[in-house]
Design a protein around this ligand. Structure first.
Ligand SMILES: [Zn+2]
Ligand SMILES: [Zn+2]
Length: 352
């Protein structure tokens, strides 16, 4: 049977002392290059794919690798390892490494215990609402197991039977040239079982969409774009598996006065040139009311005043941020005769 067999290290193009990661990487590269799905009808590629898989099987197994290093191909054959024919499923090996990147239909082993999918939702809050922890009600639509049949899709009293074509495995094996291909069983659609009488509530689907209202605690200080993970509130998993999680993205509505930067609150305050020059006491808004800000005489435009602890709390507790007030000024576009006279007078004094 044995044609000339190439050295496994040569096949994967690696050094003899390559570590596990290197071996795996090298195999992935070769397997992707020669995968039959990418080289349909090319027996040379198929042979290379087989060869690379065999090399990986041996070199990734410490015991087999040791035998191979010492005695070569003969070492493996002489000790109960029969080479590639022993590899029960080349695609299982491939699937373990690559997931379902080539359709994945053949690798549905374990599909009956699948964790539920995650769900995402969004909520918009005002600046004031995130000053303290707050409870919010949200509406979600999640996939839940049918309560009538418990999720197996069979009407109670008519339990599902094991599929006789695949004997419950959900997959059937087909021989294609060198390759053993496993595909989902067409009779049971890969589920391994056959339902005689579908559930009257869910038509045999075993699950359905349910609208739920949920109360969610939003932590104080949360910022726009941050996500809250609510464990177990995603879609139901299959019968015995965990449900997925719900990811709630928080948005903050724009505020008419303020913008937010981290924990700080920013405010722009427009004052007249005399207010800056002479000084003033001005009322400025805060998130919860207002406060008086003293503008000292001679304040320059773009000066920033800090009003302590009028910003946002830190998520998880701690000191509040500050309210930063940036002073701007403006120049009147039209002047009354009186204003013009006063400004001219002012300018004459400044000229000196
Ligand atoms: Zn049902
Ligand atoms: Zn079947």
């Amino acid at each position: 049977m044995s044609i000339h067999r190439r050295d496994y290290y040569e096949v994967l193009e690696i050094e003899r002392n390559a570590d596990e990661t290197t071996i795996k990487k090298a195999y992935r590269k070769k397997a992707l290059e020669y995968h039959p799905d990418r080289n349909p009808g090319d027996p040379a590629a198929e042979e290379r794919f087989k060869e690379a898989s065999e090399a990986y099987q041996v070199l990734s197994d410490r015991q087999k690798r040791e035998l191979y290093d010492r005695y070569g191909h003969d070492g493996l054959q002489g000790r109960g390892y029969q080479g590639f024919d022993d590899v029960s499923d080349i695609f299982d090996l491939f699937g373990d490494l690559f997931g379902g990147m080539f359709g994945g239909g053949a690798r549905r082993r374990g599909s009956r215990i699948r964790r539920g999918g995650n769900l995402s939702a969004e909520i918009t809050l005002t600046y004031n609402e995130v000053l303290e922890d707050t409870d919010k009600r949200i509406e979600i639509t999640r996939e839940e197991l049918c309560t009538h049949c418990g999720g197996d899709g069979a009407e109670p009293g008519y339990p599902p039977k094991t599929c006789n074509r695949c004997r419950g495995r959900g997959r059937i094996v087909q021989q294609a040239g060198f390759l053993r291909l496993e595909t989902p069983c067409p009779q049971c659609d890969g589920t391994g079982r056959v339902v005689d009488k579908p559930c009257s509530e869910c038509d045999g689907r075993g699950r359905g969409l349910v609208r739920r209202s949920l109360e969610v605690r939003i932590p104080a200080g949360i910022d726009d774009g941050q996500r809250i993970r609510i464990s177990g509130e995603g879609h139901d998993g299959s019968a015995s598996a965990h449900s997925g999680d719900l990811f709630l993205t928080v948005h903050l509505a724009e505020h008419k006065h303020f913008t937010r930067r981290g924990r700080d609150l920013l405010l722009t305050l427009e004052l007249t040139p005399p207010q800056l020059a002479l000084g003033a006491h001005v009322e400025v808004p805060t998130l919860t009311g207002s406060t008086t800000l003293k503008i000292p005489a001679g304040t320059q435009p773009d000066h920033v005043f800090t009003i302590r602890r009028e910003g946002f709390p830190r998520v998880g507790g701690g000191r509040r941020g500050d309210l930063l007030v940036t002073v701007k000024t403006w120049v009147p576009k039209r002047l009354s005769r009186e204003q013009k006279r006063l400004l001219e007078e002012l300018q004459r004094t400044l000229d000196k």
